[in-house]
Design a protein around this ligand. Structure first.
Ligand code: IMP
Length: 429
């Protein structure tokens, strides 16, 4: 099965890093297609924990070529910090490739992101402050900077001057901040040019050729379905398309070439940042899930908001991504509950809704309709086959599979690579 897309089905942090890294054993290319260093993957290998923000998770797997696609926004400072960190721990990042069309996050967009959030006050979105939104806005406004601009100094300087013409008026007149010197920004970006040059590729050509040769390519989404700019809980979303269609636009590989779309889903639900979250638990139970699940952000360290599994969202994600498989993570975290509620529909102003409401207003008013499934108390972290799981844990998985309308092909029962139950082969092997 040569082209597989991996997406998050909820609000991020479902454990895509571990899932992607696991596939990485059997694939030739791992391609990140959206987002930037707002992402956070944790991968545990031989008991050692690695946290990535920008680099594709597959960068750790020998024999895998990691690629940053054109749909990604790249902070060069972060990129080289992560490469240095990996190399200082004895791993190799030298095979990394970057699309010539990927956009760069200039320092002024980090400033703009944070200043805008502060300016919004109580209406803020809770962004990661990494300059993601302003950089995608520049891309759409056609005033963005691309990786290829690093190799033409005069073009790069012109583009930085053009972008800052507007932004400096905003900084000075609206935000009451000092203006930013365009030449300083250009100098900083250009200082990376020689190190970036050997990594730059035509991402579309590279991947299509690889697929022609029968190689396996894994497309790795940053963030998740409910943070998608089109299909998520707008405006409380990120500024890119983490859904499966983004794998095509973000790399230059057409939809007819994609063989499988795997959605990663946590056994319960978490969210960071602001925005609606119907099954959120603002009580001791929410605190318990956060502590037992270690739910603190990899990128910002923020405590994650926690709640029960929302199967309406999982079914929605199955639809908008065209999922072929689900991978469920962190089932072990649910051990020790007498009953486990699963949201099967919403009550919106007295009316039952089985699908995602049409409007933002209805979603903000959605009250979960719960079904209560029996819990289990046995330690499941050593289970390696579905039959090793207690009956109640099996039933929990099977009920979510039924509600989602998509098979659950693998189940994570602990943080390590080995703590996984495989029910169906994901790469056709
Ligand atoms: P931005 O992507 O920094 O613009 O942030 C927009 C929203 O997406 C905020 O609510 C962030 O907390 C959220 N977000 C961005 N990246 C991630 C991620 O990798 N996991 C979870 N939430 C994220």
């Amino acid at each position: 099965m040569p082209a597989v897309v991996v997406v998050g089905t909820q609000w991020g942090d479902e454990g895509k890093g571990k899932a992607t890294d696991q596939f990485g054993q059997n694939v030739d290319y791992v391609v990140k297609f959206n987002g930037g260093n707002n992402a956070g993957h944790t991968v545990v290998i031989d008991g050692e924990k690695f946290a990535f923000h920008l680099l594709p998770a597959g960068v750790l797997t020998p024999g895998v070529t990691p690629v940053i696609g054109n749909g990604v926004v790249v902070d060069l400072d972060v990129l080289f910090q992560e490469i240095a960190e990996i190399e200082s721990r004895g791993k190799d990042a030298s095979s990394l490739l970057i699309s010539a069309n990927a956009h760069l996050i200039p320092s002024y967009n980090r400033v703009l992101d944070r200043t805008t959030e502060r300016f919004l006050g109580s209406r803020q979105l809770g962004t990661t402050g990494r300059g993601i939104g302003p950089t995608y806005a520049d891309k759409m406004n056609r005033i963005g900077l691309r990786v290829q601009d690093l190799f033409d100094e005069s073009i790069l300087r012109q583009k930085v001057h053009a972008a800052l013409d507007n932004k400096n008026s905003l900084f000075l007149k609206v935000f009451n901040r000092p203006a930013i010197d365009p030449d300083e920004v250009a100098d900083e970006l250009l200082s990376y040019a020689d190190r970036v040059r050997p990594m730059v590729v035509d991402c579309s050509l590279l991947l299509n050729k690889a697929l022609d040769e029968g190689k396996t390519v894994l497309f790795e989404a940053g963030q998740a379905t409910m943070l998608d700019i089109d299909h998520g809980t707008y405006p409380f979303v990120t500024s890119s398309n983490p859904t499966s269609g983004g794998a095509c636009t973000g790399t230059g590989v057409g939809p007819t070439r994609i063989d499988a779309v795997v959605g990663v889903v946590k056994a319960y639900t978490t969210r960071v940042g602001e925005g609606p979250f119907p099954t959120e638990l603002n009580d001791e139970m929410g605190e318990r899930l956060r502590e037992e699940g270690g739910e603190y952000g990899v990128t910002t360290g923020r405590p994650r908001r926690c709640g029960w599994h929302d199967a309406v969202i999982t079914r929605y994600a199955a639809r908008v991504n065209g999922l072929t498989d689900l991978v469920m993570t962190k089932l072990d975290v649910l051990t020790g509950h007498e009953q486990i509620p699963v949201c099967v529909a919403y009550d919106v102003d007295g009316q039952r809704m089985d699908e995602m409401p049409l409007t933002q207003t209805d979603f903000h008013h959605a009250i979960p309709v719960y079904e209560y499934l029996p819990g289990w108390s046995e330690d499941i972290s050593t289970a390696r086959t579905f039959d090793d799981l207690p009956k109640a844990a099996q039933d929990y998985v099977l009920r979510i599979e039924e509600l989602a309308g998509c098979r659950i092909s693998a189940i994570g029962v602990g943080p390590g690579r080995e703590a996984t139950i495989q029910r169906h082969a994901l790469l056709g092997d």
